[in-house]
Design a protein around this ligand. Sequence first.
Ligand SMILES: O=C(O)CCC(=O)C(=O)O
Length: 374
Amino acid sequence: MQFQQAIYLKSQLLFSSQMDSNDAFNILLNPNLSQNLQKFTWPKEENTSSNQELNEPIIDLEGFHGGSAAETAGTTDLIRAACLGHGLFQVINHGVDLDLIKSVNDHVNLFFNLPKETQMRVHRLPGKIWGYSFAHADRFSLKLPWKEIFSCIFREDGHDSEETLFFETAFGQEFEKIRLDFQNYGHAMKKLSLTIMEILGMSLGVDKQHYKDFFEDGSSILRFNFYPPCQEPDQTLGTGPHCDPTALTILYQDQVRGLEVLDDGLWKSVRPRPDALVVSLGDTFSALANGVYKSCPHRAVVNKSMGRISMVYFLLPAEEKVIKPPKNLVSSERLRQYPDFKWSDFHNFTQNHYRVDLATLQNFSKWFISHQPT
Ligand SMILES: O=C(O)CCC(=O)C(=O)O
């Protein structure tokens, strides 16, 4: 069967290049191919598509950037409507240099085309977020996603971080140009995400500085996904159904379709637009909005003939900041939906106790409350 062959080939590729370098990959190197096949197979109810396109708003940020009150009000209304529904919209004239996006996309493309042994120089180490991994094989035991991932953490002063040193050691001088582009991309995304935080604040009737100030000292993750073509795309998923545990996600996708959002009970495709960035809400923002806005349920499908790249920026609060909604979002009609918690608590839950899915925040809340000292 072709799907089996595809897995076999991928496994052989990994096997030939890094046999003993990473336990995480052993799962894929298991000689028992039927077991491997099973690990990439998702139940039918989780991978049916509707063949419909999502009707998300395309929001032009030019008026907001230019200070137009009328356009800002229009933008705020559109964003409120999207966030009361599925939680996703696209932005154009977002202020991120399109050449920079292209440059980062080129680096990412190049990386995913490197020989496996070069990629494996930066394979993700246990307990770290950054680095290269295949199929999240170190964290997931069943229903593996059909993708390769390269992640980095973005910090404003990232030059001397452990992670930068790790990449520099692996790639040498050549990494400098890439590091600079990643750094500039991270800056631009952070700036855009703080702008969106202003608009989200206004859309919820909260002081426009409220969420912006909250995230000012936060860090961010850049995740680059590569979805190889798959001979049996209907049996697997590139990224399983989930809501991001983080606060806000800004995604650039190449022109190959794959991102889908659960809307009215149907998985609908988010059409790639060359100049647009896709923005979606995560669980942490939902908690900060006392559940008035929900996080966006999404996933990525794969296809038979074309590889796909997505570049995902996740905005996070500072580790120890307490996540709680502003007073005006809590009332006797709308009681607190989630407990006070810190990003470090939530992150620990998703890394060590729970595989992220569509109900992470609800399950975290229960777990967190039950683990509080009495
Ligand atoms: O690649 C995509 O379109 C979605 C990626 C995603 O949801 C993720 O990396 O968490």
